[in-house]
Design a protein around this ligand. Structure first.
Ligand code: ATP
Ligand code: MG
Length: 186
């Protein structure tokens, strides 16, 4: 079983994340791509209000419902506490999944050295970077060809505040859930 691990805060998930997951699954011949929702994104906590992890997870789950082989993962929610990718990779391996591919946007890849136990990560998963407008992928890292979509959760949150639509940028089922739960209401 070849598994892609694509972690994030997903606050909220958007078309950029989904395009990455679909492209990675195809290009790397992955059986499954896990969108691993951070429980406590410790590098973001305290810098801005975060949507509760269970809500972020539910919205990701709705967003991937129609996508073959792409799944929302609650592994970091169930573990609790701050979310360290190294621990997630170790848990997946301990669960019998040694064939892991860690998918990172270019900005996340450039930031990898600041992660907890960053030096342990390359031995646990093959690192794969996807381009992201505004960030150069680190030299020497395997890079995937993905449409460059200049979309971010930060920009989407700003759009909601002044009433601009998120249609298409967030899949319809996920957007319905956002409305039902009154998330990002500003
Ligand atoms: P925020 O603006 O709140 O930081 P974000 O859009 O960057 O949100 P994250 O949850 O921080 O989303 O990112 C999760 C992962 O998805 C990271 O590896 C990030 O680089 C990647 N990513 C996010 N948006 C894109 C995009 N448009 N294209 C490629 N990769 C992306
Ligand atoms: Mg980000």
């Amino acid at each position: 079983m070849r598994i892609g691990v694509f972690g994030g805060t997903f606050d909220p998930v958007h078309i950029g994340h989904l395009a990455v997951a679909v492209a990675a699954r195809h290009a790397l011949a992955l059986d499954r791509v896990l969108l691993v929702v951070a429980n406590v994104p410790w590098q973001k906590a305290g810098t801005r209000p975060l949507t509760p992890a269970e809500d972020r997870y539910a919205v990701v789950d709705a967003a991937v419902a129609d996508l073959d082989g792409i799944e929302a993962s609650r592994i970091e929610l169930d573990r609790g506490g701050p979310s360290y990718t190294v621990e997630t990779l170790e848990a997946l391996r301990a669960d019998g999944h040694p064939d892991l591919f860690l998918v990172l946007g270019a900005d996340a890849a450039a930031n990898l050295h600041t992660w907890v136990r960053a030096d342990d990560v390359p031995a646990l998963a093959e690192l794969v970077v996807v381009p992201r407008p505004g960030s150069a992928p680190p030299a020497g890292m395997r890079t995937l060809d993905v449409p460059h979509l200049d979309v971010s959760s930060s920009d989407l949150r700003a759009r909601v505040v002044d009433g601009r639509p998120l249609d298409v940028l967030v899949p319809a089922a996920a957007l319905r859930l956002i409305r039902e739960r009154g998330l990002y209401a500003g």
